[in-house]
Design a protein around this ligand. Structure first.
Ligand code: GLY
Length: 315
């Protein structure tokens, strides 16, 4: 089987709390439906877990997405994102990347959709990645086949490297955001060709090839995110930042739009821009990304200043 966290799913508070108790109180409470990556609550004890359960199941703060919760044992370790593209029979693994889920530096504050990423994540060597990937992807593909599911497309398992070995925290059937921002500059193949091969069951003809360089994405978000935030703030400096990147920098636009009168771009969401740079190593890519971040301005912009620190050792 696939190594996963101990977990249960619940629609009622009382049985959910009994399960939390059985885990010793410390747990993750997750909204079962889609929540833009914001539906995970890490709880230290039963009282904290109860608060989250009331918010989700009773106050319905996530609407129908929160009509069921998943409770998982709290796992300690380094989180790593894996991605693979599948064609129903075969899965091709991407290199590793690592997201930064919490809003503030030092992994503090609430969970977000992701505040920044880098690739490769140096905690696993090539052999280990393949081994972990296979231990997850092979049983998963077999399980799909046994259930008559012909899964084609991206599979994105979030894993945590615990002392007992890697365990799966979640499976997403989509590209990660902002993982994708650090994968695409490294991908040498034509993305469309890969997607077509996946759809047509031809992945055995494809060899994924990756640039050796490192890539770092720093998310610039609206102040207040993932809670309430303002919109419509004018964004300045993107062109200048990209020009300064010498072809190794791209600003991916997310929660932003061009203003109605054809004027400047303005903010329209929580995560506004994915400022992504690449270079010969993580240090180079990171300093380039932050240089660009410092050239881009909008009122109340916020970002983490420690993306890739875990890989590089704290500054
Ligand atoms: N990076 C987190 C997600 O895409 O869910």
């Amino acid at each position: 089987g696939i190594p996963t966290a101990r977990a249960g799913d619940f629609t009622e508070i009382e049985p959910a709390l009994a399960f939390v108790e059985s885990l010793g109180g410390k747990c993750a409470v997750k909204v079962d439906g889609l929540a833009l990556g914001k539906g995970v609550f890490l709880r230290e004890n039963t009282d904290e877990a109860k608060e989250a359960l009331i918010q989700i199941l009773e106050n319905k703060s996530f609407g129908a997405a929160g009509s069921r919760v998943v409770i998982q044992e709290f796992l300690e370790g380094m989180e790593v994102s894996l991605h693979a593209i599948c064609d129903g029979k075969k899965a091709l693994l991407f290199p590793t990347s690592q997201d930064h889920k919490r809003a503030y530096d030092g992994d503090r504050g609430p969970n977000t959709g992701g505040m920044g990423t880098y690739s490769p994540a140096p905690f696993l060597n090539e052999e280990e990645i393949q081994k972990i990937g296979n231990s997850i992807l092979e049983p998963w593909l077999k399980g799909c086949q046994a259930e008559g599911i012909d899964y084609r497309g991206i599979l994105y398992p979030g894993i945590i490297l615990t002392q007992e070995g890697p365990k799966v925290l979640e499976f997403n059937s989509r590209f990660g955001d902002p993982e994708t921002q650090v994968y695409l500059p490294r991908l040498k193949n034509d993305l469309l060709e890969i997607i077509e091969a996946s759809r047509e069951g031809r992945l055995e003809d494809i060899q994924l090839e990756w640039e050796k360089f490192a890539c770092v994405c720093v998310v610039m978000a609206s102040g207040g995110y993932p809670g309430k935030y303002g919109k419509g703030k004018i964004i300045a400096g993107v062109d200048q930042a990209e020009a300064g990147g010498n072809g190794a920098l791209k600003v991916f636009v997310a929660g932003a739009k061009s203003s109605d009168d054809g004027g400047p771009w303005v903010t329209s969401g929580g995560r506004v821009l994915g400022v992504t740079a690449w270079g010969k190593d993580l240090e180079t890519a990171r300093s380039k990304a932050y240089q660009a971040v410092n050239q881009i301005h909008f009122v109340d912009a916020m970002w983490r200043t420690d993306i890739a620190d875990k890989a590089l050792g704290s500054r």
